[in-house]
Design a protein around this ligand. Structure first.
Ligand code: SF4
Ligand code: SF4
Length: 185
């Protein structure tokens, strides 16, 4: 599993050999990608990648991609999860990578109700915090809209719609637009 990052150091490191390909005829990551962001072997159109759209991208999420995002509100990684090489991946021993109580297993409706202060305190020390409360709400609004489209009964739909409507007066036009999209179904 990859977790991309850069560390700046002031010591001279010996270069390691370039990584060589081990994919063979596999195309599982290309096939599984919900938005067809991997446009060819070794080529990713980041503009379609859910990890980019939910984390790095600041503006509106393109409408045509929203239905494909399902309930992914921060990143995706389906391409890594499907990769056969990752059956050899070892669980990290660093506590930073552990699932957090209050985030893992939470309902979208609960997460959407967080105030900005709650968002900041509950994501303290997590990379999630850097997207800020506005993008957090934008992402969850999309997921709630997708849940609403898939709702199996009227009670569930009512709960989802009520949650979305709580943000009708949110000061951010970005949040309001995604909320409106979600309600329009
Ligand atoms: S993270 Fe998700 S959306 Fe991005 S390339 Fe991988 S499977 Fe596709
Ligand atoms: S799923 Fe893994 S092995 Fe298969 S093509 Fe993608 S990166 Fe290569």
């Amino acid at each position: 599993m990859f977790f991309l990052g850069e560390i700046f150091v002031d010591i001279a490191l010996q270069p390691t050999p370039a990584v060589i390909g081990h994919c063979g005829t596999c195309s599982a990551c290309i096939d599984i990608c919900p938005t067809q962001a991997i446009i060819a072997p070794h080529r990713l159109d980041a503009r379609r990648c859910i990890s980019y759209l939910t984390i790095e991208h600041a503006g509106p999420i393109p409408s045509e991609l929203r239905p494909l995002m399902g309930n992914r509100i921060y990143g995706c990684d389906d391409c890594q999860l499907i990769c056969p090489w990752n059956k050899f991946a070892q669980r990290s021993t660093l506590p930073d990578f552990d699932a957090r109580a209050g985030l893992a297993g939470s309902q979208l409706v609960e997460l959407f109700a967080w105030t900005e202060a709650e968002f900041l305190s509950r994501t303290e020390g997590s990379p999630i915090r850097r997207i800020g409360h506005e993008r957090w709400l934008r992402n969850i609004a999309v997921a709630l809209g997708n849940a609403l489209r898939a709702a199996v009964d009227a009670t569930t739909a009512d709960v989802l719609m009520a949650a979305l409507q709580t943000r009708a007066d949110h000061p951010s036009a970005l949040v309001r637009e995604h909320m409106t999209w979600a309600l329009e179904g």
